[in-house]
Design a protein around this ligand. Structure first.
Ligand code: VG1
Ligand code: CO
Length: 543
């Protein structure tokens, strides 16, 4: 088969963000755009000759076409084997698992995660390394450098492969192995959790609703929750993946998964409910009448993980991203295990997990995971919660209340200002950065700033340093605000304001969240001159 070398001109802005390259789908569909990025990835990892790769995506619009392009290029670049999910589907945690199980050299995951899908929505692509986790910054920097100087790429001229039939086929000299996307992942889950106890709990009548949001988790959730664990048919909602996620926004939070939240808040709502995102790595946890913030969920899971067989030996430590609340820090302290604060994005957890320093990781954006893979994992979090419920035989609400009464409560909320004018958002950040040194000691709306700094991360495992990872303001009395710009958006800039306040176990544990954080939010508005700079008087999304 003839390998074609095509000349190309570099595209601007192919810089991987928090989680790979995310752009408008139409940008990815331009001639050569995807090809240039894929060739840059291959070049950045010293080629793929003789290597095995895992490829799959969340099934969004352009997933199928992009996979065919990637397969042709992998073959033309000399790869030995590509393992691909049937129909081109793999959830992000399942891809991470396959890379590890099959000892692949790396993988390409096609997803823009929680961003909407469709020809006028978003698409994305990221490279994961041999440990199954997202490429660290050293590699994404190399990929970006390649994109700026690329002059040619290699591909084949072949018809599309049928990816719907399981088995191995040849593409040039490369083997393409089409695997069931669910099987290996489901086996991993079974090895970690007490499926019998969870099955018994469903048989006893516990009611669950899992909203797959028309995204990739549908087949996984149906196979595991309904077929293996015996939850009644209909437990999984919106379980068939569609290219535009049912025209929805596959972000599992109280805004985009509102129907599920309304359901658990109603009289006859289910005992437990959960949702996951486009690529299946995020989770939202709900109990009858209660929403569990992701930061609290991480803390509860850390405190109770030992109740599941896979974690019976206890946890080595916990890591959370800097904007995530300090709730898990209190659990780690009480358990006498290490707790790490990393920048936003799962790529920063990999070294800690590989080194055995931490067992659980989490982010405020609805990501929780463990050392079982090197990605966050939505369904895993749901199963760990189910295992804990099966052992403790308490409601979600009671478990949460018990947790706060033991450790205190970190009131927490994130306010997002989306599609803000990019210059205005960068100007706001630059202005606060310039004033960081003068802020401590000053009061804003009655809140005194005690410290103000820019977060830099020093990786304790490989010694690398990542600067400019968000602005952190601490207030007298233990309140905190974090400001950063999103690295996953595709339109203008998204300003994220993270707010937190701690209340001790004997304090008031039942304040409405936004009311509990109103003073700090007011202080941030004044410090940043937010309304004048962005033209916004209220956030677009509050989670
Ligand atoms: C967001 C979240 C971050 C998460 C990232 C990828 O990044 O805040 O916690 O790791 O998305 O998640 P940003 O830069 O927009 O704040 V996923 O599930 O979209 O791959
Ligand atoms: Co995701």
């Amino acid at each position: 088969m003839t390998i074609l070398t095509k000349t190309c001109t570099p595209f601007e802005g192919q810089k991987p963000g928090t989680s790979g390259l995310r752009k408008k789908t139409r940008a990815f569909m331009q001639p050569d755009y995807l090809e240039c990025f894929v060739q840059s990835v291959f070049n950045a990892i010293e080629g793929v000759s003789g290597k095995t790769l895992v490829v799959g995506g969340d099934g969004r619009f352009f997933n199928a076409e992009a996979i065919q392009t990637i397969l042709r290029m992998a073959s033309a670049n000399g790869a030995a084997r590509v393992i691909v999910g049937q129909g081109g589907l793999l959830s992000t945690p399942a891809a991470s698992n396959l890379i590890r199980q099959r000892k692949a050299d790396g993988g390409l995951i096609l997803s823009a995660s929680h961003n909407p899908g469709g020809i006028d929505a978003d698409f994305g692509l990221k490279y994961n390394i041999a440990n199954g986790g997202p490429a660290p910054e050293a590699i994404t920097d190399r990929i970006f450098a390649e994109t700026t100087s690329l002059s040619s790429y290699a591909t084949l001229e072949t018809p599309d492969l049928d990816l719907d039939t399981l088995g191995t086929v040849a593409l040039g000299d490369m083997a393409v192995e089409i695997v069931d996307p669910v099987t290996d992942y489901a086996a991993l889950m079974q090895s970690l959790f007490d499926f019998d106890a969870i099955r018994a709990m469903f048989a006893d009548g516990l009611t669950l609703r899992f909203d797959a949001m028309h995204a990739v988790t549908g087949p996984y959730a149906t196979a595991i929750l309904e077929d293996q664990l015996g939850a009644p048919k209909g437990t999984v909602l919106n379980g068939v993946p569609s290219v535009d996620f049912g025209k929805g926004h596959p972000d599992p939070n109280p805004i985009w998964a509102k129907p599920l939240v309304d359901m658990v808040m109603s009289e006859d709502g289910p005992d437990f409910a959960a949702a996951s995102d486009g690529d299946g790595d995020r989770n939202m946890i709900l109990g009858k009448g209660v929403y569990v913030t992701p930061s609290d969920s991480l803390a509860v899971l850390a405190a109770n993980a030992h109740l599941a067989p896979g974690y019976a030996r206890g946890i080595a430590g916990v890591a959370r991203s800097m904007p995530t609340s300090g709730a898990c820090d209190r659990v780690a302290k009480a358990m006498g295990v290490e707790c790490f604060e990393t920048p936003t994005g799962w790529k920063f957890f990999g070294n800690l997990l590989d080194a055995g320093r931490v067992t659980l990781c989490g982010e405020e954006s609805a990501g929780t995971g463990s050392d079982h893979v090197r990605e966050k994992d939505g369904l895993w979090a749901v199963l760990l919660w189910l295992n804990i419920l099966a052992v403790r035989k308490m409601s979600v609400r009671d478990i949460l209340m018990d947790h706060w009464q033991t450790y205190g409560r970190n009131y927490y909320s994130r306010h997002d200002y989306e599609a803000v004018d990019s210059d205005a958002a960068h100007g706001l950040m630059a202005d606060v950065t310039a004033r960081l040194e003068s802020l401590p000691g000053q009061s804003f709306r009655g809140c005194e700033v005690t410290s103000a700094d820019q977060f830099s991360y020093h990786d304790p495992v490989d010694g690398s340093v990542s600067h400019n990872q968000g602005l952190c303001l601490s207030f007298k009395g233990g309140g905190r605000a974090v400001l950063r710009l999103s690295g996953t958006g595709t339109e203008g800039a998204t300003l994220r304001v993270y707010l937190e306040r701690y209340e001790a176990p004997d304090g008031d544990l039942t304040i409405e969240t936004q009311a509990a954080l109103a003073e700090i939010a007011g202080a941030v508005a004044q410090i940043t001159d937010l309304a004048a700079r962005t033209g916004r008087t209220a956030p677009d999304v509050m989670t």
